[in-house]
Design a protein around this ligand. Sequence first.
Ligand code: BGC
Length: 772
Amino acid sequence: MKNYIKPHEWNIIEEGFDPHLNKISESIFSLGNGRMGQRANFEETYTGETLPGNYVAGIYYPDKTRVGWWKNGYPEYFAKVLNAANWIGIEVKIDDETLDLATCSVTDFKRVLNMHAGYLERSFTATLKSGKTLKVTSTRFCSIVDDEVGAIRYTVTPLNFDGKLTLLPFIDGDVKNQDSNYDEKFWEAVNDKISGTEAFLTLRTKKTGFEVCTGSSIEVYRNGTSEDIAPEHIIKDKYVGHQFTLDVSAGEEITLVKIAANLSSENHTKADILQQTQAVVKAAAQKGFDVLLQQQAEAWAAKWEESDIVIEGDVAAQQAIRFNIFQLFQTYTGKDSRLNIGPKGFTGEKYGGSTYWDTEAYCVPFYLATAPQQVSKNLLIYRYKQLDKAIENAAKLGFDKGAALYPMVTINGEECHNEWEITFEEIHRNGAIAYAIFNYIRYTGDESYLYDYGLEVLVGIARFWKQRVNWSDAKKQYVILGVTGPNEYENNVNNNWYTNLLAAWCMKYAIEAAGIVEAAQPEKYLALINKLSLGENEFNDWAQIIDKMYYPVDDEKGIFLQQDGYLDKEQILVKDLPASQRPINQKWSWDRILRSCYIKQADVLQGLYFFEDEYDTDTIKRNFDFYEPRTVHESSLSPCVHSILAARLNDEARAYEFYLRTARLDLDDYNNDTEDGLHITSMAGTWMSVVEGFAGMRVRDGKLQFNPFLPGKWQSFSFTIGFRGTVLNVKITESEISIKNNTAINLEITVKNQQFTLAGYSLLEATYKELA
Ligand code: BGC
């Protein structure tokens, strides 16, 4: 755990330069706009430890699979989001000495990520080996107004010398992924073009043939006045740059403005991608850095209006929750249904930028409440578009008749994961995809999603489960054998309670959804039935399985069993494990982990979280009290579910304790892995802990409910959500809740079991005493 980020309500601040922390900071200070993103690498040369990272959404390379023992059904490749051309580079030379923070002495180093306005600032003073000292400040951002544009303002001030300053802004496409399986480079050059102060580089991905054109336009100023100097043009393999040489005097401020753009063949035809990039760069350069930055600040301010969480009385918590919200919006803006959310977003290579069940189980609730409805709808449509691939994926494993198995890890719909115990067995992911459809409709009331897209997905998923269960003569019930539940520390188990529950629920929901479509849109329904060759007998088969599904339980303890035989395991609680043995995934052999009772992440409890209305409080409590002490939370997705359940059980102290484990996970590098990238998807879980946990927000029968409490240390917290056309500000203090309706729409809401009508533009204020 580290503790070097300075607390501040709106900014993430690092003071002082510690090269050992650089890769962590590169992750934390990452920038993105949903279409592209980058780690907080330095503009100037840096020969110290760094993980260069610039990513363009949707642009991937199929990296040939590398496994020890091949199993039939493994994917041929892992589709990875590529490290793309570095457009931030600016080489700085003083006379003939290169500015490189790894080789000079650095003072006054400061990095600030301004979350309210969406930009990154850095400043430092460097003394080179020659004794020459200069001051540098830089500001950069990826525009959320024009998401193909990024901009940098980089100022160098010689402090104790007159001399020659060389600035070489460049675009470098000769980059690779550190996680490349065969140490290959994934890009080949298409063309380069340099003229005046503009430069363009078009690259093509090997195998997939995506093209990305990166362009830049440069301006140089001396003490704020434009400097009319002709740069030298530098062209190398996959590299274009402009070299500006200036005679400078001590105290003069030399500013270089680099306006850049990244256009991809996903959005432009290859034939005119260069011309389009030229046009985008020109238009952005005409606006100029200050206007672009101003627009960026306005656009971020508007986003915060819809999504902020304000915590009074705890600056560290305030900073953390805003950081999580900020990073989620930097990763996914919901404009494009071909894009999704990688667990590391644009902040690192790990997980290949691919989509996991994290999106449906954790991120959808966040976007539902904090962004326009289309944003979460697009996440759902992403899976709809990949239904054919999910059917193919299931067919590869021997399923037929339209059964769909969504991949564990994917970019284009094809499975990328290649460990049999996950690829073939962690099939609960299919259920999360169906659950997200249910969740979306529960929140928005938009049943049309079922007619247009959802029912087809639900039928494919139900068909998969129908074929994946088998009848047990011994049990006289249906069982699901050989699975991995969310708890990946158990593989190839029989009857994982969560998986069985979700499987039966998916079939039930598919039947229900079919009924909804039939009633509302009989013609569409008929067309769908024909398209899917869906027969009445299928519904009957599903109903029979639902009716006769086997669920492992222990009657004596009154708990659901994580899987058959779970209680045979030696039951030593996590609290009795010496600290030296943890995290067990680093300290223990895999075999020992598999035989242990330790749970990586919420599993039975994930099921109770999803379907809490089906269970009474005692049942939830018995299971929580049993499973929580056995859970090691070695997935960052875990504590939030425990936090929400603890809140549901009125265990306020523990709800807060679990929340703390994710809230500053990356800011404090809690798991010692922030240098690989941020835990973007678990950030949505932190948001859930606050809104679903502390505020107890639920949607039942189409209405919002709150059952709030205030975590001990805080003076108050408030948040903004959108719900069915309304925008609400909810504030919770120790003694009261207030809910302001910012729209004309009247809303029925329930607070602590009492119903209210919140008229348009009205404010509800109620003390807990009044509500008791
Ligand atoms: C978790 C999975 C998750 C994946 C990506 C794993 O460690 O166990 O549930 O989908 O990380 O976040």
